[in-house]
Design a protein around this ligand. Structure first.
Ligand SMILES: Cc1cc2nc3c(=O)[nH]c(=O)nc-3n(C[C@H](O)[C@H](O)[C@H](O)COP(=O)(O)OP(=O)(O)OC[C@H]3O[C@@H](n4cnc5c(N)ncnc54)[C@H](O)[C@@H]3O)c2cc1C
Length: 386
């Protein structure tokens, strides 16, 4: 079988890697518009539930990725000069650059053909020359847009704005912080992902964003930082939390989170995967995990079904319920943050409790359980193929 993958994010690379592991004779080719070392973002969080599947499907990759993990067990809430420390959670995070490098190396070792700095050929040409085309080209997927009617795509932009930043402030917990500016609340979500490196996502309601004088900066592709004025202003707001540490960008600009849903995840021999199929608000940190789990489900479905249409139907049947559940949780979380001003003013204990229970299901116990039987099945499948 010949398989074309559009996009070398975590979803596309993990799919390519697992297909090659299960079906070494397939020709798997990945196109990535950016250079190999060039990507957006900083660190990404994984829940423990994601790791069981990843470990079982490819222990070598699992070992390499988990060796790079920052791990912690606390959620800290900084609000009105108080820090509430909430113990008993389980988080792990890794630099997105590192994750992609490890996935690229694994793909190369398994014989996946990788083309970096090369936008994918026209999709209709790929569909004609390949048995299957995987559109793993992210939230703004042009492939999906081209067949939007067939996929039944729905896109909904959040009212609030965010910017994905990094800092050398070594956080040791998943950290939520609210700064009450004269214009209204501005909040940050921060967590460690490597020694001396933390992700710092700032989020603000549109009215506060405008009143505070933030602007949509002109995008300058040659500038590796992004919206320098915006970043400086955010650093001033959070100077107490940053405690003298730097805040930096990686082609970072203000954006709106876009919720993506599709009525159908495939159209003929073209299939959506990861953010091109579905997105979840970053406040529940699960998009990378979901994209990789999609890859695992698609690779196993291709291995277990005789035809591509059967495999694509099985892939969607397996993934849709889990994805939609996470999208519901993410939507509730997004709405809580969009309406944060309703809770700002509560005493710190009450604010802390509201934040932690905002989705009703966001405790460690509610993260998708590691289904031991499911993991065992994956391990056997990949062991048979090895
Ligand atoms: C602020 C923020 C914080 C986040 N934090 C987390 C987190 O903590 N944990 C988590 O799990 N997730 C997080 N996410 C979500 C996560 O980044 C995405 O869900 C994940 O990257 C999806 O992976 P993907 O492979 O589907 O798409 P992407 O990672 O978006 O990869 C798509 C790739 O396709 C390439 N591409 C696009 N068009 C073409 C083309 N025509 N030809 C070739 N290549 C193309 C792009 O260059 C890109 O490299 C966060 C997202 C945001 C915005």
């Amino acid at each position: 079988m010949r398989i074309a993958v559009i996009g070398a994010g975590p979803g596309g690379l993990y799919t390519a890697c697992l297909v090659k592991r299960l079906r070494p004779h397939d020709v798997v080719e990945v196109w990535e518009a950016n250079a190999a070392r060039d990507t957006f973002g900083f660190g990404v969080v994984f829940s423990d539930g994601a790791l069981g599947g990843i470990e079982a499907a490819d222990p070598a990759l699992f070992e390499a990725v988990t060796a790079e993990f920052a791990r912690w067990t606390r959620i800290d809430v900084h609000y009105r000069d108080r820090t509430q420390r909430n113990e008993g959670y389980g988080f792990a995070a890794v630099s997105r650059h590192t994750l992609l490098r490890l996935l690229q190396e694994r793909c190369a070792a398994l014989g996946v053909r990788l083309h970096f700095g090369t936008p994918a050929p026209e999709v209709s040409r790929l569909r004609a020359s390949h048995d299957l085309v995987v559109a793993a080209d992210g939230v703004g997927s042009r492939t999906r847009a081209r067949y939007a009617a067939a996929f039944g795509t729905q896109r909904q932009e959040a009212g609030s704005r965010y910017m994905w930043l990094g800092t050398d402030r070594p956080f040791d917990a998943l950290t939520f912080a609210v700064v009450e500016t004269e214009h209204g609340p501005v909040q940050a979500h921060a967590y460690p992902y490597a020694p001396g490196r933390s992700t710092f996502i700032v989020e603000v309601g549109d009215a506060v964003w405008r009143a505070a004088g933030f602007r949509s900066a002109e995008r300058r592709p040659a500038d590796p930082v992004g919206d320098r004025d915006g970043i400086d202003q955010v650093a001033r707001y959070f100077s107490g939390l940053l405690d003298g540490h730097a805040l930096w960008g990686n082609r970072s600009y203000w954006g709106h989170f876009t919720a993506v849903r599709n009525r159908n995840w495939s159209h003929g021999n073209l299939v959506l995967l990861g953010d091109s199929a579905h997105t979840t608000h970053f406040s529940i940190g699960s998009g990378t995990k979901l994209a990789m789990e999609d890859g695992l489900a698609l690779a196993t479905a291709l291995h277990e079904h005789r035809t591509v249409p059967e495999a694509l139907a099985a892939y969607e049947t397996e993934r849709r319920p889990a994805v939609e559940r996470m999208q519901r949780i993410a939507l509730t979380s997004l709405e809580w943050f969009e309406n944060i001003d309703r809770c700002v003013g509560l005493p710190p204990d009450a604010f802390n409790a509201h934040l932690l229970t905002r989705s009703g299901r966001l405790t460690r116990d509610d993260l998708p359980a590691v289904d031991a039987e499911h993991v065992g099945r994956i391990r056997r499948r990949f062991a048979d193929a090895a």
